[in-house]
Design a protein around this ligand. Structure first.
Ligand SMILES: *Cc1c(COP(=O)(O)O)cnc(C)c1O
Length: 404
């Protein structure tokens, strides 16, 4: 029998991360004691403005931008919406061509769908079997009337790191604004918006050990973009609303910490991740790795187990104290499997049997060992009780089995 865990184990850092104690400590004074509105001219206001400017400099430094190019927002979703709608619909434009990919986060796909309804043409680039957008596909999709290209830097599900520099160069050479949703990449891979030719880049604080509900959009100086929120003209007119000072301070601190030890953190996580992949593929029959074996985020492991459903697996693991996620969206009330896995060419039933592990800085080898100890038993138990376990190979969709 395996030892029981001493505490709960969090393996879902792709969904959100725990705030670091240093981040909480940095934010604390800005809730009450330093309560100023950054637009006020008295000492409280100046103190808040200094804190916001300081955070702006830290976020800018993490991606090699100028502080003036950082716009604070309410999170990754708003940053994506601002970049996409704010660029495509610049000066009331109502038509044009937008290029994105089939593996984007919904925060990119949905605003693009809106643009389509509004009269724009949208091309969704195909994804390779191991989870990449190919620069040649971007090249082929570009048209005379292309007004925006948006391709994410690292995928949220399978963790594949996209050839963003090559794609951005294609855009730059044609004078097309290039946006990248870097929410999963920031703090995990080194980013240099200048060298990478990026015009807009989305950041979310809660994916890098900062507070929820705050984010940033890098907008290269000179980019033609309009606000989507109108009001008092904060953030140089691009994002009205009183700055979330404690949140911004937290994001600034998280950005500072994230930039300090990327390599060291990655090395640790890669070690644990590779041990996990090797062991799972060896000890669990009919298990596969989704995505590319090496060109992926250090903490991301994404498996596929034949003959079972990801939800069942996530719930069983949760009973054992291990928090993970699945490529299937059943838990959110939808019967559709992950659009990312389907875009990679997986069949519905394959996509349904997926498990995502996203490691973070606080995870330990001991936690990984515990997971590896219990997983084979959990999978075989689920297969025993699965109606699909007995008459392999399984055929057809499993969608109707995903009722909550
Ligand atoms: C989490 C996430 C978002 C959304 O960020 P929020 O701050 O939660 O709005 C957008 N894109 C990607 C790739 C994400 O992982």
């Amino acid at each position: 029998m395996s030892a029981r865990p001493i505490k709960r184990i969090y393996f879902d850092h792709g969904a959100t991360t725990p705030m670091l104690p240093e981040v909480i400590e940095a934010m604390e004074p800005y809730f009450a004691e330093r309560c100023g509105n950054a637009s006020s001219i008295h000492s409280y206001g100046r103190e808040a403005k200094r804190a916001v400017d300081d955070a702006r400099a830290r976020v800018a430094k993490l991606i090699n931008a100028d502080p003036k190019e950082i716009v604070f927002t309410s999170g990754g979703t708003e940053s994506d919406n601002l970049a996409i709608k704010g660029t495509a619909q610049y000066k009331g434009r109502t038509e044009g061509h937008v290029i994105t990919s089939g593996m984007e986060h919904h925060a990119v796909l949905e605003p693009c769908a809106r643009l389509k309804t509004a009269g724009f043409d949208v091309t969704e680039l195909p994804i390779t079997r191991d989870g990449f957008v190919e620069p040649v596909a971007v090249e082929a999709a570009v048209r005379e009337d292309t007004v925006l290209i948006s391709v994410m830097m690292a995928n949220s599900e399978v963790g594949t790191i996209q050839p963003v520099r090559e794609i951005a160069s294609i855009a730059r050479a044609r004078g097309i604004p290039f946006h990248t949703d870097a929410v999963q990449a920031v703090g995990k891979i080194p980013i240099d918006v200048r060298k990478d030719n990026i015009d807009m880049l989305s950041i979310s604080s809660h994916k890098i050990y900062g507070p929820k509900g705050v984010g940033a959009l890098y907008v290269k100086a000179g980019t033609s973009i309009e606000p989507i929120l109108h009001g008092g003209g904060h953030e140089r007119g691009l994002r009205s609303s009183t700055e979330n000072v404690p949140g911004i301070v937290g994001l600034g601190k998280a950005a500072e910490i994230a930039g300090k030890d990327i390599n060291e953190c990655n090395e640790r996580m890669r070690g644990m991740r590779d041990q996990m992949i090797e062991s799972v593929l060896k000890t669990v029959p009919d298990a596969y790795l989704n995505g590319h074996p090496t060109k992926r985020l250090a903490g991301n492991a994404h498996f596929r187990f034949d003959f079972i459903e990801g939800e069942g697996l996530v719930l069983r693991l949760d009973l054992l104290g291990i928090a993970t996620s699945t490529g299937s969206a059943c838990s959110t009330g939808s019967l559709d499997p992950s659009h990312v896995l389907l875009a990679m060419g997986l069949k519905h039933e394959q996509a349904h049997g997926s498990l995502r592990i996203t490691l973070g800085r606080e995870n330990t080898h001991e936690e990984v060992r515990y997971f590896l100890d219990v997983l084979p038993g959990v999978v075989s138990k689920l297969r025993e009780i699965s109606p699909f376990g007995n008459d392999r190979p399984m055929k057809g969709g499993m969608g109707e089995r995903c009722v909550q």
